[in-house]
Design a protein around this ligand. Structure first.
Ligand code: FNR
Length: 192
């Protein structure tokens, strides 16, 4: 059974810097011999989490689909923007919904997260590359049972970084993003 990594951005923006970053890191995942599944959270629309809605209607179809994807993958490759010094509402809302149990699971089982490994990245037009968002993302993921790689990547000055093909112009930066993907895959393979 091959090791599979689920890769996504915490932004739905069409030309998202984070979607590009995820694609670059994924090159390292495949170099290491693991498989990557890219998803765009735009394809999994869901309401803002509401416990009354969940009690009345259960989990939305999009959430059930995402839960299946999380369960069938051993690793998570996540690049998220920093919004107002934290992670995006989109990413938090997605994590909140996916953390909920289906009727056949014990409550708080966190089966989509426990024992998974994750690598996290951020890029920003600003000078610190979204670092404050990653501090929060790391804490959230660790608190729901995810093993987050100690290495992470932040890149400042986003508008200057990419070439026309969506690759990083700076070869060293490009390689270090790929290396993060490779490390994630290697750890996921080791733990599988
Ligand atoms: C931002 N942005 C931003 N950038 C940053 O470095 N620190 C921050 O706190 C914020 N806050 C913030 C809030 C909101 C509501 C928006 C819309 C944007 C800018 C952000 O980094 C920029 O829009 C990136 O382009 C978002 O990433 P994607 O969508 O290109 O992947």
């Amino acid at each position: 059974n091959s090791t599979k990594i689920l890769a996504f951005a915490g932004s739905t923006r069409q030309d998202s810097f984070h979607k590009k970053l995820v694609k670059i890191a994924a090159q390292g995942v495949t170099q290491a011999g693991a498989e990557v599944t890219f998803i765009d959270l735009r394809d999994y629309p869901m309401p803002i989490y509401d416990q009354d809605l969940e009690e009345k209607e259960g989990l939305p179809e999009s959430v059930l689909a995402l839960k299946q994807l999380f369960k069938s993958h051993q690793g998570l490759l996540i690049a998220s923007p920093e919004y107002n010094s934290s992670i995006t509402g989109l990413l938090k809302n997605t994590i909140d919904w996916v953390s909920r149990s289906e009727p056949d699971e014990p409550p708080l089982a966190l089966s989509c997260f426990r024992g998974k490994v994750a690598a996290i990245m951020s890029i920003s037009p600003g000078g610190i590359g979204g670092l404050r968002g990653l501090v929060h993302l790391r804490a959230i993921l660790q608190n729901i049972g995810v093993i987050v790689l100690p290495d992470q990547k932040t890149i400042p000055n986003a508008f200057q970084q990419f070439d026309g093909e969506g690759q990083l112009k700076d070869e060293k930066q490009q390689q270090s993003v790929q290396a993060l993907g490779k490390k994630l895959a290697e750890l996921a393979m080791k733990l599988q």
